[in-house]
Ligand binder design. Sequence first.
Ligand code: DGJ
Length: 712
Amino acid sequence: MLVDTDQIHLRAGGTSVVVLLDQHRLPRILHWGEDLGDLGAEELKHIALSARPAVGDSAVTYPQPVPVLGQLHEGWLGRPGLTGDSNGRRWAPEFLTTAADLRTSADGMALTVAAHDQAYGLSLTLELEVLAVSGLVRQRARLRNDRDEVFRVDGLELALPVPADADELLDLTGRWSLERVPQRRRFDVGEWVRASRGGKPGLEHTLLLAAGEPGFGFRSGRVWATHLAWSGNHTLAAERSPANIRRLSGVEGLAAGEVELSEGEEYLTPWQYGSWGNGLDDLAARFHRHLRASAAHPTGPRPVLVNTWEAVYFDHDPDALARFAEEAAAIGAERFVVDDGWFLGRRDDTSSLGDWVVDQERWPDGLKPLADRVRELGMDFGLWFEPEMVNLDSRLAAEHPDWIFDAGHGPGLPSRHQHVLDLGHPEAYAYVLERMTTLIAEVGIAYVKWDHNRYLLDAGHTPSGRPGLRQQTLAAYRLMDELGRLHPGLEIESCASGGGRIDLGVLERTQRVWPSDCNDPHERLEIQRWTGLVVPPELQGTHIGAEESHTTHRSHPLSYRAEKAIWGHLGVELNLLTADEETKRDLAGWIAFHKQHRDLLHTGTSVHADLTETAARLEGVVSEGADEALYAFSITERPRTWPVGRVGLPGLDDARTYTVTAVFPQGQRPPGAQPPWMSGEVTLSGRVLRLVGVEPPSLDPDRSVLLHVRAV
Ligand code: DGJ
């Protein structure tokens, strides 16, 4: 439908976006957030009128609603929308809207706006969508050069406005094996900018940037957040102007000359997503619904897997691994994943990346006999690759040194002894595709653990030396898509030294992310909680590791390690060949418990209580119809006061009655006196459970108890 009004109301999935389109200006968002109901044309006009602030004496920095793409020409002195030029000219565009089209479908509502800068010979198409399943908003822009003069794009940044009530910012940071640590600050005048420059989002990547009412938590406080669906360089920014305009923006990071448009050529930005909620649970649920509805989302139960990495590292012995697979099947595993160490000459992390042929010395008969045995045992077979990487000590590097990134000063600093293979070379890309697809077919690989352990630094394409970062991300996407097409049903895990590549771009083509190399449940509790702002439990790999964590050297009983792993895509990453019978029996019990509840855990709504006691956590999953829920109450350190006080159970139906039972899948009850109700069960309404709650168990640090809730 061609739009002939100035105010447009996009409404889907509980979200409203009101857009102003008058005076041929680019779209300005007057409201993004809670559904406003059915608004008539008159009311929309009045929204536009009442949204217009007083204009002071400066006509340049006037505080009017700013378009989703800010322009200098219109007086916007904040973060620029389009930056680019043709040899120093065509640098300050003025796009004017020439047409707008509004479509409603089962997917939601989509507004497409065509705009032109006649003087500069540039065309812009803006797409703004509100999605029906999730209530997410997303937007992207397509820029076309209409003139016979190269236009170089340095950045094309879109922004979503948030109201003045959003006065507190939340983003995440982190490092290897400690990803997704939250940090908060006031939304002051200025910019709070989080940039990823290493060719992937990175271990310190924020996942999203949120602005909300001061003190917003998981259950309350209106909050808005943005995320860019892009696995390469990018920046998220929260900006508050002196005129109190508050915006959340996202932009792909482009290196020098990465996008140079000849006449007729186009540049398309990644989707910038926006989610809002009453509390973070509500905001996260939109991302979860969106991912669950996506074409890439795995169908069927997530197979419990056993991974060899922390069990044997590089020490590959086919007979031992066959016995390992037998033990895996015996405890109930459904997938067996051979991690790093299977390819030509790979004995440690100093060599062989790129030589994707099975090591003959270690594996004289190849991987197929093991894969066949794994299938005989009723599991499917997974294999580790690091397709975008190369060791200088490899056959590949010796034969094709020119396939290694080099911006003019050699291959640069190694990291984990490795360098990056430039997939921008069609032959390099074809080589990796051929190696992977051949092995997938020959061995019968159902699952690829796709690793990425080095940041891209001065990643120059040889021989020109021009930056190859953007092309590398696009090539990795292409490779994943092509493998998916060639091998229907193939699953891919996005791993990058742990949680270094987690975003909605990679999740369009992968079925699992590896949130962290840290299997310590103390850390995992937080890492999974914050990764969960975007990624639902079933897409997060969660493994039961060794008693003494390999990354933190803390020790935990199996009950705590297992409890923290059962929520996600469960795996076991400890040596079953050396594990004692009791451990294997308990593992089997926890796996059986997970299987019994995984439908609930992997389709329900994730909830988190906002507890004042900082040493306590309560989180869980409530089934879609709110007839069942599982919660974990955990103590992470010694609380200052004891008991910590009753905890409410969030997410249930106020009007229904539930029984609450503490469950101990392998029988281990916490020592010491426990609240009396825990020796049986209590029956209470959802309303009482939410507002009055129950007295939690008495626990030592790094211990938890599961609470199973069923509607009567
Ligand atoms: C880093 C990954 O995060 C680990 O899980 C493991 O696959 C190693 N790489 C293997 O080198």
